[in-house]
Every structure is written in C-alpha cells, then in structure tokens.
Design a protein around this ligand. Structure first.
Ligand code: C2E
Ligand code: CA
Ligand code: CA
Ligand code: CA
Length: 402
C-alpha cells in the first residue's frame, strides 16, 4: 500500500510490559478485558487508513502511513504512549496501570518487505525494553529518541544566542580560612521558550558537537566581563570572575586574540579574570595548549584546571601547564570524610597541588563536615551549596554585602 502511495510507512511493535504479572495476580479474565480496552484505545489514536493488529498475547503492531519526517514518527509514538496515561478500570473495580515498550521500523529504509519490517521493529522493541520498560526505540540507531531530542536541541540552540535565551548565574568561591568571597564562577543557563530550562550538562556537549561552543563561549566571556566591569564601577568586591573554557575553544588559534580583544573592549582588567579549563585541553596538541595558556597567564589572567582527577591527568603535562589552581572535582568531594576512597583522593590532590605550588579549590561542598575536613587538610578555597548556590547578579550583590 505504502509502495503505491510512494510514502514512508512506520511499523510500530507494541509489547505490554509485565502483562504476565497482571494475569498472575488478577486472573486471565481481567487480562483479557484490559487487552480489549487497550486495543480500542490504540485504535482510536490512529487514523482510519492506518492498521492495528494483535499479533500475539499482549503484542500489537500498528502500521502508520504517510511518514514524511522524523517528527511524524515521533508524533505517532507520542500518541500511542498517551494510551497508557489513563488507568484501566476493570470489572472488579480495580484501577490498573499498564506500560508498554515500543519499537519502530520505517519503510523503506529499515526494510523492503513486511517480514523484515516486523523483525526490525521487534528488535527495536527489545532494545527499548532492555533500556528500561515503558520506553521506545527506533530500529535505525540514528533515529533513536535521544538523537531526536538532540536534533530538537540543536535547532533550538542555533536560535538561543540571538533570542537572548542564554544568561549567566554566578556562584561565589570562598577562602576556607577567612570565609571571604574571593571570586565568582559564571555558569551558563539556557531558558528556551519552547523546551524550557535546559541544563548546561545537557546542552554544552550538543554545542560542542555542532561547533557552536566557540561563539557561545565568546558570548559568555563578554557577558561575564561586562558584569565584572559593572561591579567594579559599583565598588562590589567580587574578586575574580571565573569563566569556563571548553577544550574546543582553546584549540582555535584565534582564542588568545579573542580574549585580549574582549578584555580591551569591555575594559575588565585581566587581573579580575580567571579561566577554568579541563584536562582535556591537553588531549590534542598539548604544546600549543601550553603556549596559549602561557600567553593568557602572562596577561594576568588566573588559570585553573577544572574537574581535576576525572580526565586525562598526565602528571607529566600537569607539571608543564602554566596554571595557578586545581579544582578538585565534586565527585571526589561527595561523602568526605565518610567515604574513605574520596577522603584519600582529596588529601592526595591537596598534597600534590601544594607540592606543585598550586592553590586548591574544592567544588560541590554541601556540608559543614566537608568544609571542616577540607579546612583541616589545608585546602585553600571552596565552592558549593553550603556557601551559596549559583546566583543572579542582584543576589550576588546581596551576598557580597552580607
Ligand atoms: P563545572 O564547571 O564543574 O561547574 C560546577 C557545577 O556544579 C555547576 O553545575 C554548579 O551549579 C554545580 N554545583 C555547584 N555547587 C554544587 C554543590 O554544592 N552540589 C552540587 N551537587 N552541585 C553543585 P551547572 O551550572 O549545571 O554546570 C554544569 C557544567 O556545565 C559545568 O561544570 C561546566 O562544565 C559546564 N558549563 C557551565 N557553564 C559553562 C560555560 O559557560 N562554558 C562551558 N564551556 N561550560 C560550562
Ligand atoms: Ca509482554
Ligand atoms: Ca567550572
Ligand atoms: Ca566539576
């Protein structure tokens, strides 16, 4: 049929999760009742020209024609999934909930005949189930839910810069002995009008993948510098503003010039800026990375290695890097002093850093115990929810005035 229409066809394999469990606890008749109701509900979500068949105990197949693009297939899945949002009311009066796993294959790319399409939809369904029930997957890897989410993010991210959907929050960093604020870290936020608030842990990797991180990184730097200049003019003692730099930014030969230009244009003294880089900067071209970091350091910018201990830590390179600070990653700060491994790692990083004449900052400090332990073990600075969450500029001002 689809061949004649020259359109694409989605084969959706639907398998109810844990159905045997319902039959075992409530009896077969309840199970049959639910399946009839389920078939009706699934059918009502499809158009007249689509086909729904029950092919086994609790397995259904839907054939949906007219699929032109990813979004169409995604929409069909969303509609079929809605069926499971309402509980099933059975003759005993019980309200039961069902979930299902779904697998999708698309004609003609995933198969030219019914057998292949069905087999591939079934394979996709098994993959969905293995990733946790109540899930779905496309047969073709490139069409999985995750990449659809990524596609959505990608196109939205292109607009984010122009639409002013990006903004910065600032998290204070404190000296552990005096408990005074010695700096703030700029953390990027994205509030998309359609997708809502998206975490940088999600969208930064996407921005890196599509090569948008460079422009976004420049925007962050410029915005943070302008904020710093404003605080300087108002006499707010914020210390240094730290900006995160992705590996890809430092790999561009224009990065040092761009930083110089932004400092000049905004008027922020280099001594008010800190750049946080990860160990990954050393992965490609360590020699150019070392040279560029040295140029930045010579300007008066403070340089920190972020997430220290989670990446590519060659002590040989660490020794050569012209840096001033190590930030102990929050995964090592978690549960100290109770987790003996993390406690040993934190102590070792502090000792290593001090031996290399570096300052040590602990990130993700949430409890008084952590702060006390770090202070006793001579960690220099700390950052975390215990002291302050990331704040909007006005709240930073209030924090500094405390
Ligand atoms: P990061 O640089 O390691 O930043 C620290 C993260 O830990 C931030 O998450 C911060 O909000 C969070 N955090 C701070 N204190 C605590 C605490 O006490 N407990 C816990 N559980 N978390 C705490 P956020 O803002 O979601 O950022 C995540 C990551 O995204 C950052 O990790 C950084 O790698 C990246 N990122 C954020 N802004 C930028 C940016 O402007 N450019 C680049 N390249 N990366 C950025
Ligand atoms: Ca089943
Ligand atoms: Ca950071
Ligand atoms: Ca971190």
């Amino acid at each position: 049929h689809a061949k004649r229409l020259n359109a694409q066809l989605a084969t959706v394999f639907i398998d109810v999760d844990l159905f045997k469990h319902i039959n075992d606890s409530f009896g077969h008749s309840i199970g049959d009742e639910m399946l009839v109701e389920l078939a009706k509900r699934l059918r009502s979500q499809l158009r007249e020209q689509d086909v729904l068949s029950r092919i086994g105990g609790d397995e259904f197949v839907a054939l949906v024609s007219g699929i032109q693009q990813l979004e169409d297939a995604n929409l069909v899945i969303e509609q079929l999934r809605q069926v499971f949002e309402q509980p099933f009311v059975v003759s005993t009066g019980d309200h039961l909930r069902l979930t299902a796993s779904m697998g999708v294959s698309i004609y003609p790319s995933d198969g030219a005949n019914a057998d292949t399409l069905l087999r591939n939809a079934d394979a996709a369904m098994y993959r969905a189930k293995s990733e946790g029930r109540n899930n779905y997957a496309f047969y073709t890897e490139s069409l999985t839910k995750e990449s659809i989410e990524h596609l959505k993010l990608q196109s939205a991210l292109y607009g984010a810069l122009e639409q002013n959907a990006l903004y910065l929050m600032y998290q204070p960093k404190l000296d552990l002995v005096s408990r005074k604020t010695i700096g703030v870290e700029a953390l990027l936020r994205w509030n998309d009008p359609v997708l809502g608030q998206i975490s940088p842990g999600v969208f930064i990797p996407v921005a890196e993948k599509i090569g948008l991180i460079y422009d976004i990184g420049l925007w962050v730097l410029e915005t943070a510098c302008l904020q710093g200049v404003r605080w300087l003019a108002e006499g707010k003692p914020f210390g240094r503003i730290a900006v995160n730099v992705a590996g890809q930014q430092l790999q561009r030969s224009s990065f040092v010039e761009d930083v110089k230009r932004i400092l000049a244009e905004t008027g922020l003294p280099a001594t008010c800026l800190e750049l946080e880089v990860t160990e990954s900067v050393m992965m490609h071209n360590p020699d150019t990375a070392i040279r560029d970091l040295k140029l930045l350091g010579d300007l008066g910018i403070e340089l920190s290695v972020d997430d220290f201990g989670t990446g590519y830590s060659s002590l040989n390179y660490l020794k050569k890097l012209p840096i001033h600070k190590l930030k102990i990653d929050q995964s090592f700060v978690r549960d100290i002093p109770f987790d003996t491994n993390n406690t040993a790692i934190a102590k070792a990083v502090i000792a290593l850093g001090h031996a290399l004449k570096l300052e040590i900052v602990a990130e993700g400090v949430e409890t008084q115990e952590q702060a006390e332990f770090l202070t006793q073990n001579l960690c220099d600075q700390a950052q975390g929810y215990l002291f302050s969450r990331p704040l909007l500029p006005a709240d930073v001002e209030a924090f500094l005035a405390k």
